[in-house]
Ligand binder design. Structure first.
Ligand SMILES: *Cc1c(COP(=O)(O)O)cnc(C)c1O
Ligand code: SF4
Length: 334
């Protein structure tokens, strides 16, 4: 019997299989014009389109400027070469300690658990990452686990990707089982956009596995706009928070998506209303094909300054950028 026939696949896997991958179909579903449809088909060849139905359902029909659509719609602007926008803007290559293991900062290391995501964000800094070179079978991860075991200074492991929640519950649990055997590890962080874009991924089994870990688990979500935090997504995020798992959010400052004070204020308010702490607002990594999303440091800093005037201190994210070779993410200052 096939291992993943539709009937044996989890609901979230079925929903993912039915996600929209065809740019023409996306434009047709949203009632967008031919010019966008043709450009989208062209630019999708640079990085394929992928958007789950749940996320699509939160977009406004007939609005080419919808902030959720802007994050996923391939545009001709992606072909523009802009100096300073490169394939590996954060120098992941230099931080590779073992296949699938990156370490840039003291006390914490990051596992690239999978190259897969449930959505393709056009501004993604890993859109050119050589995922094909990373391990696939669990046994192939052993050198990475061994490197973590050999470095007693590591207290925390971050699961990243791609999106670590793209792994099945069984595979994820096997990762956790192995990490839990390493005595000096205390904390586990899961960086994921799945509760936002494919809320059905947050299963009771998943929550239970995180709750029962020997490690203290943090979930770091990735939502950029308040319109993402509605409906099934808001319900699932609330469930996650109520289960007792500390949940943070990081957003990316994106032109045409959230570079206005009303959107950012409402994003932070919705997050804290759900019990999620805004952690970082990232300055865009300068990846090739994403220059049209760039917002200047001056504008970013003044937006965050204004947020501080409007919101409780715990609702204001730190505005940071990643600088290759630096010992931490750095606050953006002008
Ligand atoms: C961003 C990042 C981290 C996490 O940094 P924090 O400031 O602790 O959130 C850890 N490792 C790598 C490789 C990173 O890129
Ligand atoms: S979910 Fe994260 S890793 Fe995946 S495409 Fe979006 S930004 Fe990139």
């Amino acid at each position: 019997m096939p291992v993943s026939s539709p009937s044996t696949r989890a609901l979230w896997q079925q929903e993912l299989a039915g996600a929209v991958r065809n740019p023409e179909m996306l434009c047709e579903r949203l009632g967008l014009g031919d010019d966008l449809r043709i450009a989208a088909a062209r630019a999708a060849k640079l990085f394929p389109l992928l958007v789950p139905e749940s996320f699509l359902a939160r977009m406004q029909r007939g609005n080419p400027d919808d902030p959720l659509l802007r994050q996923v719609l391939p545009l001709d602007a992606e072909f523009t070469e802009v100096s300073g926008f490169v394939a590996d803007p954060v120098d992941d290559d230099a931080a590779r300690k073992a296949p699938g293991l990156l370490q840039k900062y003291a006390g914490r290391a990051l596992l690239i658990t999978t190259g897969a995501c449930a959505i393709h964000c056009r501004y993604c800094f890993r859109r050119h990452y050589p995922y094909a070179e990373e391990p696939r079978q669990l046994a192939d991860w052993e050198p990475a686990f061994q490197a973590i075991e050999d470095d007693a200074s590591l207290q925390e492991v971050l699961l990243s990707g791609g999106d670590p929640l793209m792994l099945t519950d069984a595979r994820l649990s096997a990762f956790l089982d192995r990490l839990e055997t390493i005595p000096h590890l205390k904390r586990l962080r899961i960086h994921t956009r799945l509760p936002i874009v494919l809320p059905s991924r947050v299963t009771t089994d998943l929550i239970e596995r995180m709750q029962t870990s020997r490690l203290t688990v943090f979930v770091v979500l990735h939502a950029n706009h308040p319109s993402e935090l509605v409906g099934d997504c808001a319900d699932m995020v609330r469930q996650l928070v109520r289960s007792g798992i500390t949940t943070l959010n990081q957003a990316v400052l994106l032109r045409g998506v959230n570079d206005d004070i009303a959107s950012l204020t409402m994003l932070c308010e919705r997050l804290i209303d759900l019990g999620v702490l805004p952690y970082y607002l990232h300055q865009l990594d300068r990846v090739q094909g994403a220059a049209h999303f760039a917002v200047s440091d001056e504008v970013g800093v003044s937006l965050v300054y204004e947020l501080r005037r409007r919101l409780p201190g715990y609702a204001v994210p730190e505005f940071v950028r990643e600088v290759a070779g630096a010992a931490s993410k750095l606050p953006v200052v002008v």
